[in-house]
Design a protein around this ligand. Structure first.
Ligand code: HEC
Length: 159
């Protein structure tokens, strides 16, 4: 009988081994199947790329006026402001416009020069509005240099 019991034990051991192997095989098979059907399943999901969206100011903010200044260009708020903004800040900064203080005549000449050499478009009726705006809000500055001296009593240097 002892022989028989021993044999039974051996069968049991083999059976367990087989069952274990079978289990391993199932697990491996499932793993392989998963890999084949979805090769990326072990990889970390790419975190959602944050869009590099830069907030564009609201339309209202775009032409915001603060303390009488058109914020985007630095131009003074007055009649004709938007005409100047729309026609004179496309190619160069508004600073180029405001740092040049001229009278109407010279403004018209400058505009003509840009039209002839810099592809500035025909301004039509806007030209008057623009020149008025510029002359009114950025008037020609008083002369920077003192007047030539006159009425001076010169004296002779003695040696
Ligand atoms: C089509 C493009 C364009 C537009 C629009 C434009 N300009 Fe100009 N402007 C130029 C160029 C180019 C120059 C030369 C810039 C430089 O020398 O760097 C210039 C130069 C100037 C200068 C400097 C002139 C000088 O003698 O140095 C003034 C002032 C000026 N522009 C005013 C204006 C005004 C006012 C308006 C609106 C009526 C205007 N610009 C619209 C192209 C333009």
């Amino acid at each position: 009988m002892q022989e028989h019991a021993k044999f039974k034990q051996q069968v049991k051991a083999i059976y367990r081994l087989m069952a274990g192997l079978f289990g391993l095989f199932i697990v491996a098979a499932i793993g392989i199947l998963l890999l084949v059907s979805n090769p990326d399943w072990t990889r970390k999901k790419a975190t959602e790329v944050e869009s590099e969206y830069v907030a564009i100011p609201e339309v209202d903010d775009f032409d915001k006026i603060e303390n009488g200044i058109h914020v985007r260009t630095g131009l003074i708020e007055a009649d004709g402001l938007m005409t100047v903004v729309n026609n004179c800040t496309n190619c160069h900064s508004a600073k180029l416009v405001t740092q040049n203080r001229m009278n109407a005549e010279r403004w018209i000449a400058t505009i003509k020069w840009m039209q002839e050499t810099q592809n500035l478009w025909d301004l039509g009726k806007n030209e008057e509005i623009i020149v008025n705006y510029l002359v009114t809000n950025y008037p020609a500055k008083k002369k920077g240099r003192r007047e030539v001296l006159s009425n001076i009593e010169w004296y002779d240097l003695e040696d």
